[in-house]
Design a binder for this molecule. Structure first.
Ligand SMILES: Nc1ccn([C@@H]2O[C@H](COP(=O)(O)O)[C@@H](O)[C@H]2O)c(=O)n1
Length: 290
């Protein structure tokens, strides 16, 4: 096997030969032709740690001391209603789409009632249980060292995810984020969210605010895409010319129910794998100097 990590027990592939061919094609283009496009919550960040679920960007705010007990309960109730819908393989994206709009709209409206202060976000992240997947330092450092652009396309909260990466000391200039960013008034109090709302199922050209980014890196026609829902599969729609795309999906939850769907959607499916070992192994192979 060209990538020893693909022998891990967590790895599933519908067509291992196709994967092998794709990795060889990516290697041929080396780092010069490569770009990485990734989701954030539960893809770059961990789903579980020590048997406990890890927080999403939204959960970090929801669980912080900035939120009243009453509001926290309402946000939790929303999570318990809409998250099972988000990951339900029996529902189509068309069915889920309006319900996700409903979830994000209700949750953001609740957050805006809480007079959240911009200067409290740093502390909220410090005190949270946020965890990036094992191997995150190698992943960010390797992309930075090899000047490979990393585009993070997240339906989470941009201010929070930037803070998580910054606190890890890894927010390098090769990282570009498109996400939901908080909008504060002149006193630094949350009054809304900027631009069009991004949710799980509109991560495509319809919300890409900066297509200039993809024009600037148009020579990078080889893509590694990392996601954890079928909504993440359209994240590379902004890339002007794709030659080769390798899709790696993290299957974190409802594994039995979702395995078939993931195998049909992603080239490599990682079952309950809390590491970036596979991405790191592939990056090492592509960028190896010899
Ligand atoms: N109020 C909400 C809304 C969404 N979520 C979760 O956040 C995830 C979005 O972030 P990505 O980086 O994965 O795009 C999404 O999958 C929802 O499960 C939430 O926790 N609270």
């Amino acid at each position: 096997m060209i990538i020893p990590e693909l022998g891990k027990a967590t790895v599933r592939m519908r067509d291992p030969e196709k994967v092998q061919g794709l990795i060889k094609a990516l290697q041929k283009g080396r780092e010069k032709k490569l770009q990485v496009i990734s989701d954030f919550d539960m893809t770059l960040s961990r789903f579980r740690f020590n048997g406990e679920r890890c927080p999403t960007c939204h959960n970090i705010v929801d669980n912080s001391s900035m939120i009243s007990e009453d509001c926290r309960k309402k946000l939790k109730d929303l999570f318990n209603i809409y998250y099972p819908i988000e990951i339900d393989p029996a529902k189509t994206i068309k069915e889920k789409y309006p319900l996700m709009v409903e979830w994000w709209t209700k949750a953001h409206a609740l957050l805006c009632e809480q007079k959240i202060r911009k200067d409290k976000l740093q502390q909220a992240v410090k005190e949270s249980q946020a965890k990036l997947r094992d191997g995150f330092e190698q992943f960010f450092n390797s992309l930075h060292r090899n000047e490979v652009p990393l585009f993070i396309f997240s339906a989470g909260i941009g201010d929070i995810l930037e803070e998580i990466i910054s606190q890890a000391g890894l927010f390098f200039p090769n990282v570009k984020v498109v996400s939901n960013y908080m909008d504060f008034d002149d006193n630094g109090v949350l009054i809304g969210f900027k631009g069009e709302m991004i949710h799980t199922f509109n991560k495509d050209n319809s919300v890409l605010r900066d297509t200039e980014y993809f024009k600037q890196i148009s020579e990078r026609s080889n893509v590694i895409l990392l996601g954890d829902t079928v909504g993440d599969l359209t994240m590379a729609d902004g890339v002007t010319s794709v030659e080769n795309i390798l899709k790696i999906g993290f299957l974190n939850d409802k594994v039995e129910e979702q395995t078939e769907l993931f195998l049909q959607s992603y080239d490599i499916v990682l079952i309950k794998d809390e590491t970036l070992d596979i991405a790191n192994g592939i990056l090492q192979y592509i960028t190896a100097k010899n």
